[in-house]
Design a protein around this ligand. Structure first.
Ligand SMILES: Cc1cc2nc3c(=O)[nH]c(=O)nc-3n(C[C@H](O)[C@H](O)[C@H](O)COP(=O)(O)OP(=O)(O)OC[C@H]3O[C@@H](n4cnc5c(N)ncnc54)[C@H](O)[C@@H]3O)c2cc1C
Length: 195
């Protein structure tokens, strides 16, 4: 059986992670679990329904000043992937973006649906499996990493995966699940983004 990655949370971060992993590991099974009836709901309402995709700021040291909580932690990631990369990423997938006078970046369509369609379309094209109505209630770390798997519980059902990515935003219930795991070393990428 092919290796499996489970992504918990079907928001912008979950979709972006799923797409990046599916591209980097063709043939692996990428499963995205979303507790809600539909995915990308915050993207829909973001930027007043227009989706403020990023900001025209090209210098990571300048950019982190806009993040009073977590600016230091974001400096490294912004050196790997910053606003210009975000714009290029969408442009490569056919999304036209515009920079407004104050530096905010929106799709030319002025509709967040354009961004949703892009993320959904790309995930589908790459074979990402999306399960909605799937609330993760428990996480079990691998007993003997790296040989064993993570166990992810959705109500009573258990899913096994070699890799686990958590992108549930500021949901305190999931932060608690992560805290209960303690400080285990394994091939895990826990991405917890908070607005
Ligand atoms: C009104 C508003 C406007 C905004 N406008 C912008 C904007 O224009 N530009 C911008 O960059 N940002 C904007 N934001 C911030 C925006 O929320 C984030 O940029 C982005 O949507 C966060 O994405 P995310 O994937 O990290 O989190 P989320 O979008 O919150 O996704 C987390 C997902 O995890 C799911 N989840 C939670 N717990 C579980 C569980 N136990 N099991 C399974 N799934 C679970 C949730 O249902 C959710 O779908 C706005 C926020 C709000 C509230």
């Amino acid at each position: 059986m092919s290796r499996r990655t489970i992504i918990v949370g079907g928001g912008a971060a979950g979709f972006f992670s799923a797409i990046a992993l599916a591209k980097a590991h063709p043939g692996e099974q990428i499963v995205l679990l979303e507790r809600g009836k539909s995915v990308l709901q915050k993207v829909r309402i973001s930027g007043g329904g227009r989706c403020n995709v990023t900001h025209a700021c090209w210098e990571p040291r300048e950019l982190v000043k806009y993040y009073p909580r977590g600016g230091r932690e974001l400096l490294g990631p912004f050196h790997s992937f910053a606003c210009g990369d975000t714009m290029a990423w969408f442009a490569e997938r056919g999304v036209e973006l515009k920079i407004e006078e104050d530096g905010r970046v929106f799709p030319v369509s002025d509709s967040s649906q354009t961004i949703i369609d892009c993320l959904w379309g790309e995930a589908k094209r790459l074979g990402v499996r999306v399960l909605t109505g799937a609330r993760v209630t428990r996480l079990l770390a691998p007993a003997r990493p790296p040989a064993a798997s993570w166990t992810v519980y959705v109500d009573g059902q258990a899913y096994e995966a070699e890799r686990l990515v958590v992108t549930t935003g500021s949901n305190p219930a999931v932060w608690k699940l992560l805290a209960e795991l303690g400080n285990r070393r394994s091939r895990t990428l826990a991405v917890c983004l908070q607005y």
